[in-house]
Write a protein that binds this ligand. Structure first.
Ligand code: SF4
Length: 325
C-alpha cells in the first residue's frame, strides 16, 4: 500500500534516509527519515517525504502511531529562516552578528545592573539532552540563573492510545528532569511582566494562551530561540532561528529513562543554526569560554560515556552514566 501523503510526490530512488527518533511524544519511537534535498522544488519544497518505523525491541518494535508517522510538517513549514530584531514595532531580518551582539549586550548589562535575578530562562522539552545541558551550563552555572523551567503550563496532556502514544507530547521531558531543570514557567513570565525579570529568554515554546500573551506583552525584552514561527516568536524582540531535530545530532531520554541517539538527516534551513552553535557563540561574547563543536562532547562531559556506548537500541543510564539495560 502507498501512503496518500507520499504517493506521486517523489520516486523512491531519489530518496535518502537517516536514523532518527520521533519527537511526537515521550515514547521516543525509532524511525527512519526518508528525504530528498536535491529536488526540493517538488512536493511544495518539502524535503522530508515520509517517516518509517525503525525496529527497536525495547521501545516500539516495528511500529509508529499515525500521529508520529505523519507529523513531520513542522520540518519544512513555518520555519524561521533569518535572525530578526524588532525595529519600529516590526520584526525585521538582520545579520546573525548584529542580533547576537544585541542579545549578548542585553544579557550582559542586565546581569551587571540587576544580577542573575534579572534574567528569566525557559528551556524546552523538545531540546536534546546536549542542548539542555548547555542551557544549564551557560545560564545556571555561568550566569547564575536560579531555576530553569521547561514545561509549558498551558499545554494540554494529549490522549494516549494504550499502545505507543503518550500523553506528554514532548520527546525529552525526562532528560530535562534528569538534568535537574525545574521551575514554574508561569511564574517566570509573571516576573517578566512585573518587571523583576528584564530579559526573558524562551526556547521553542508556543505560549499560545491569552494569559501567556498578556504576560509576554508586558515583558521588557523577550528573546525567542527556536525553529518555527509561533505565538511567542511573533511577540519577541529578538528571534534566533534554531533547527529541527532532523537537522542536528543528539539524544533524547524517553519516559522510561532510555537515552537514544538521533542523527542529522537534513542541512539547516535558511540561516538557521543548531542551539549549540548559537549558545557557544553567545557565551563567548559574554566572556565564557564554552566551545562544543560536537554534541557528543557535551554528552561525554555529562554522562562520562560516548555515543557508541548507547548501542543500537539506546541505554537506560543511572545517575553515574552506567548502563542498566
Ligand atoms: S507513539 Fe509517540 S514517539 Fe511513537 S510515533 Fe507516535 S508520537 Fe511518535
Amino acid at each position: 500500500m502507498t501512503e496518500r501523503e507520499f504517493r506521486f510526490q517523489c520516486r523512491v530512488w531519489y530518496l535518502s534516509q537517516e536514523a532518527s527518533i520521533c519527537n511526537g511524544c515521550s515514547r521516543g519511537c525509532n524511525m527512519a527519515v526518508h528525504f530528498n534535498t536535491q529536488r526540493s522544488y517538488k512536493a511544495d519544497g518539502r524535503r522530508v517525504q515520509r517517516l518509517k518505523p525503525r525496529f527497536n525491541p525495547l521501545v516500539n518494535q516495528w511500529w509508529m502511531c499515525d500521529q508520529g508517522r505523519f507529523g513531520y510538517g513542522f520540518v519544512d513549514r513555518d520555519r524561521i529562516e533569518n535572525p530578526c530584531l524588532r525595529m519600529g514595532g516590526e520584526l525585521q531580518p538582520r545579520a546573525w552578528e548584529e542580533v547576537l551582539e544585541e542579545v549578548a549586550t542585553a544579557l550582559r548589562t542586565t546581569v551587571e545592573k540587576f544580577g542573575p535575578e534579572g534574567l528569566g530562562v525557559i528551556a524546552s522539552p523538545q531540546q536534546s539532552n546536549e542542548e539542555l545541558y548547555l542551557v544549564r551550563k551557560l545560564f545556571q552555572e555561568q550566569l547564575g540563573v536560579a531555576g530553569i523551567p521547561f514545561r509549558n503550563p498551558w499545554e494540554d496532556t494529549g490522549t494516549e492510545d494504550g499502545l505507543l502514544l503518550r500523553g506528554d507530547r514532548n520527546p525529552n521531558s525526562r532528560g530535562a528532569v534528569d538534568l535537574g531543570l525545574q521551575g514554574d514557567a508561569e511564574r517566570t513570565l509573571g516576573d517578566a511582566a512585573a518587571g523583576g525579570v528584564k530579559v526573558l529568554y524562551v526556547f521553542g515554546h508556543d505560549f499560545d494562551s491569552d494569559r501567556a500573551r498578556e504576560l509576554i506583552r508586558q515583558a521588557e525584552y523577550v528573546v525567542f530561540q527556536g525553529a518555527n514561527w509561533n505565538s511567542t516568536a511573533r511577540m519577541a524582540d529578538a528571534v534566533l532561528p534554531g533547527v529541527t531535530h532532523m537537522e542536528k545530532e543528539g539524544t533524547f531520554t524517553n519516559f522510561e529513562g532510555r537515552v537514544q541517539r538521533f542523527a542529522q538527516a537534513l542541512p539547516p534551513l535558511g540561516e538557521s543554526r543548531p542551539d549549540l552553535e548559537i549558545l557557544c557563540d553567545l557565551a563567548q561574547r559574554l566572556g565564557h569560554a564554552l566551545f562544543y563543536p560536537e554534541p557528543e562532547e557535551l554528552f561525554s562531559e555529562w554522562r562520562g560515556r560516548s555515543y557508541q556506548d548507547l548501542g543500537e537500541f539506546g541505554e537506560v543510564l543511572d545517575s553515574n552514566g552506567a548502563g542498566t539495560g
